[in-house]
Ligand binder design. Structure first.
Ligand code: LLP
Length: 421
């Protein structure tokens, strides 16, 4: 459930008509609902009630500081994958002991930043990373808390580009080698083993792959404990999918997921961490755009929007579906038209949808891309020298710009011309 609903014939974000925001900030823009962010965080938190746990929001999904503040205030920890994300977590007021650091390519500088600023754990993904982290920790005279991310070789049954738990993927250490890697970790003075980490992919629409992975983690926990390691925490990653179409998708709910986690892992007495990103932010955001032209092609109509693939790359990159709806609610019985919905960028990949039915549109009409809160703004770029679009946060009947659109001058001023030119 989200808080983008039609009221009085037009689409609102909570109590604010999106048309009003468009008039104030211009299109295109991203708009997030505070109530939806909070609700989705609470769903996870409540799903794990009864077990010691921490929900670490995977901020790669949407990392605006205002969004992070909303979630931090609700009690979220953060999952970060770069020094930049770590800095965002700290700036949003999240204490180091609630930040976990994931990712296959952590650099020395990133390790130093987190070890000096405070960190709950590093999720280590390889032996060379382990050695480097050990060296950095020893230099600083501290112990780095770690889990090892294991790769359980499970098929997540999701898009190939976002599956991470098969042996051909670059992530984690094969679970079959985990015991030797933990033995190595135990011999490194600068490290303190605190648990196990696993993350098998994103936009999973079934519980079964999670269950398979977590069963393997359970078995490993027993083995590692028998080997003398202290396994007090299990980081189970993120990945629970969301419905991108209103009609036919029904991925499992956080409550089902939580019940399965407790069922499989409850007996171990471990603290549970999870790292949801998409499920918290995805349906908490929309992308609002204006129709620039309706172009009659030879055999189809093109709806040319002012948003493009640089603003929302998911359709071009993963063939992802986003529902696109008019801000003005179509009257009952309106016969829809069929459009290819495209942006102004100069490549055919800049196509959001083909043959999509939509109420008849004309120039100046406004539309919203639903489910655009996760992996939308964060993956945008200035391709074609299109300024990054603003982000807006709504709470009840108020809204605020949480990232402004740069002026063309600001955009150009980031380049410098060498003096020899
Ligand atoms: N933890 C780790 C270690 C991850 O790599 C990810 C996502 C998450 C948590 C959060 O997963 P989520 O709950 O959001 O599924 N850009 C792609 C998605 C990439 C996901 C990468 N890792 C997309 O737009 O679909």
């Amino acid at each position: 459930m989200d808080h983008f609903l039609y009221k009085n014939g037009e689409l609102h974000a909570e109590d604010v008509p999106l048309r009003e925001i468009a008039a104030s900030v211009g299109t295109p823009f991203y708009c997030y609902s505070t109530a939806t962010l909070e609700r989705h965080f609470r769903l996870f938190d409540e799903a794990l009630e009864g077990t010691e746990h921490l929900v670490c929001y995977a901020m790669k999904a949407a990392s605006n500081l205002a969004i992070l503040k909303v979630l931090a205030a609700a009690g979220a920890g953060m999952d970060v994958v770069s020094g930049g994300e770590y800095a965002r977590a700290i700036a949003a007021g999240v204490p180091g002991e609630r930040i976990v650091f994931s990712g296959v390519g952590k650099t020395r500088e990133e390790m130093r930043l987190a070890l000096t600023g405070g960190i709950r754990q590093f999720n280590v993904e390889s032996e060379p990373e382990m050695e480097r982290l050990n060296a950095v920790a020893l230099e600083l005279g501290v112990k780095a808390p770690i889990t090892v991310r294991v790769n359980p070789d499970v098929d997540a049954k999701t898009h190939a580009k976002i599956a991470t738990g098969k042996k051909e993927n670059k992530f984690g250490i094969p679970i079959s080698r985990a015991r030797e890697v933990y033995a190595m970790a135990a011999g490194l003075e600068g490290l303190e083993v605190v648990g196990i980490d696993v993350h098998i992919g994103s936009q999973l629409t079934e519980l079964e792959p999670f269950r398979q992975a977590y069963e393997k983690v359970k078995e490993l926990t027993h083995q590692l404990r028998a080997d003398g390691h202290i396994i007090k925490r299990l980081d189970l990653g993120g990945g629970l999918g969301i419905p991108y179409t209103r009609s036919n998708e029904a991925p499992p709910l956080p409550t089902d997921y939580g019940a399965m986690v407790k069922d499989v892992l409850g007996e171990l007495g471990c603290e549970i961490e999870i790292e949801p990103g998409r499920l918290i932010a995805g349906n908490a955001g929309v992308l609002v755009s204006e129709v620039i032209y309706v172009k009659e092609g030879e055999d189809r109509k093109f709806l040319i929007l002012d948003a493009a693939m640089n603003d929302l790359i998911r359709p071009a990159m993963y063939d992802a579906h986003h529902d696109i709806v008019p801000l003005l609610e179509p009257e009952a019985g309106t016969v829809p038209d069929t459009y290819d919905i495209v942006g102004p960028v100069c490549e055919s990949g800049d196509t959001f949808a083909k043959g999509r039915e939509l109420a008849r549109m004309s120039e100046g009409a406004l539309v919203a891309f639903r489910s655009a809160g996760a992996y939308g703004a964060v993956m945008s770029s200035e391709y074609n020298s299109r300024p990054m679009i603003p982000e807006v946060l709504v709470q009840g009947d108020q809204f605020a710009v949480i990232r402004a659109r740069p002026t063309l001058e600001e955009m150009l001023n980031r380049d410098t011309i060498p003096e020899w030119l």
